[in-house]
Design a binder for this molecule. Structure first.
Ligand code: AMP
Ligand code: GLY
Length: 448
């Protein structure tokens, strides 16, 4: 089949990489892609936001399946547009994507479905929001209701900060229309996990648990980023948690969406907070996470295109894929200064030592240990044959190995072979899992 991937980051490179290995894929396209995807997919110069343009391209090229990476086109209705023209596309309809596009809608569905979440309320009026803040005794989180490029959530230490956050969103309109409605929640403590399930409208199958590292510095210090690294499975949390999330979160949400007449098809990504026996959903996303997807794709077994087509056609079956019991780890290399201002256009060196044909000592070592390594491009550009930095997150170095500590060590070994001015990375990806000393459960057919 002819497959079109929409997006241009590390997540989309990972999807292309796995799709390129699918026996059912005859041709692969990526819009608008990056130098990494360009090695395995034809680059289509149409941005993810150009929904009509993408649909026209899919019609002209007779694309059999479109796979959408980022949330914005999903929330804007790319799936509805494709389906209106009889085109197959992996992702939720505009109505179902509201689970990510509106946090108050997500809370409404969770309430209806009995999904555990933080106590909280939604507000369209700043005076009422302020009164709520003043009446609360616990620490609060103030969230812009709509998509705000990851900047719409304020974790507040005290009432003053919460009142400031309300004013920024509702009086100063810092997040535009996304902040004209707010969700204010109790601040939860615990360990954050990303949970992924493929959903075909009626059925859901787990893809597994991944742990992201959102803060820019080691030890979860500094401002939040899109994600500095990930690993999967998360050995501290075994099959029990996976079963529980399917039972308490994914299946009821899927049933509630179906009951509303807006069945959810695609990948449902639940952001979880876990503390002891306490499990709560922080948010829903309606797409793969980045960098979670890079680690997940390292563990995915089967024909990804066929599996995603089954989801799109509402006929997902148990046998369509597996998740390897091996571990994966992703270390993200970022531009100095990110997530604030950073320079771009800086030469990147060292990839050829990792990906080139010469057998460097490191490569020989990885082959002996049966470790798999892949460098996914996130923010890179090519100019005159030279690879340059072109974004905040530059590369997502991903390794797969039988043991998590080998996957992590290999990702760092490769990350250290890559150089560009201002390169930054976290040194503690997966440290929590290594410190807990538990080895992952092996032999699972699905999920972690
Ligand atoms: P969201 O966009 O809802 O995922 O929020 C972004 C980040 O804010 C999450 O990844 C959490 O780190 C944090 N967060 C969101 N909601 C809460 C909450 N109720 N309590 C504590 N942290 C939260
Ligand atoms: N890594 C978190 C996200 O993709 O939203």
């Amino acid at each position: 089949m002819k497959v079109l991937v929409v997006g241009k980051g590390g997540r989309e490179h990972a999807l292309c990489w796995r799709l390129a290995q699918s026996p059912s894929v005859s041709e692969l396209f990526c819009a608008e892609g990056n130098p990494g995807t360009a090695q395995i997919a034809a680059t289509v110069p149409i941005a993810a936001g150009e929904i009509e343009g993408l649909r026209c391209f899919a019609q002209q090229e007779r694309i059999d399946l479109c796979v959408v990476g980022p949330e914005q086109p999903l929330v804007d209705g790319i799936v509805d547009e494709f389906e209106r023209y009889g085109l197959r596309i992996f992702g939720p309809s505009k109505a179902a994507a509201t689970l990510e596009g509106s946090k108050s809608f997500a809370r409404l569905v969770m309430r209806q479905a009995g999904v555990p979440m933080a106590e909280g309320e939604s507000f369209d009026d700043s005076a009422a929001a302020r009164d709520y803040v003043l009446a609360r005794r616990t620490a609060l989180v103030v969230k812009a209701d709509g998509l705000a490029m990851g900047k719409g959530v304020a974790i507040c230490e005290d009432r003053e900060q919460a009142l400031d956050a309300v004013a920024r969103a509702m009086d100063e309109h810092r997040f535009g229309a996304a902040g004209s409605r707010l969700v204010i929640e109790e601040r939860l403590k615990g360990e954050e996990l990303s949970f992924f399930a493929l959903c075909d409208g009626e059925r859901a199958l787990p893809l597994g648990i991944v742990q992201d590292h959102k803060a820019i510095y080691d030890g979860d210090h500094g401002p939040n980023t899109g994600g500095m690294g990930a690993y999967s499975p998360v050995p501290q949390f075994g099959r029990d948690l996976e079963d529980r999330v399917m039972r308490e979160v994914i299946n009821p949400t899927l049933a509630a969406m179906s009951e509303r007449g807006t069945p959810f098809r695609g990948v449902l990504f639940a952001g979880l907070m876990v503390s002891g026996e306490r499990l709560n959903v922080l948010e829903f996303n309606v797409r793969f996470g980045d960098p979670e997807c890079e680690s997940l794709m390292m563990r995915f077994e089967g024909d990804l295109a066929e599996t995603l087509l089954q989801v799109a056609e509402g006929r997902l079956t148990e046998r369509s894929f597996g998740i390897s019991p091996r571990s994966a780890a992703t270390v993200v290399l970022t531009s100095g200064g990110y997530p604030d201002k950073y320079r771009t256009g800086l030469p990147i060196r060292g990839l050829e030592r990792i990906e080139g044909s010469d057998p460097s000592a490191a490569k020989v070592g990885w082959a002996l240990k049966r470790v798999r390594l892949k460098i996914f491009h996130a923010g890179t550009a090519l100019a005159g044959g030279q690879l340059l930095t072109a974004g905040g997150r530059v590369l997502a170095v991903t390794a797969g190995a039988a043991e998590l500590h080998d996957a992590i060590a290999t990702a760092y070994e490769a990350a250290d072979m890559i150089e560009f001015e201002g390169k930054h990375l976290r040194r503690d990806i997966g440290r929590r899992a290594l410190q807990c000393g538990v080895q992952p459960v092996t032999g699972a057919a699905h999920g972690s």
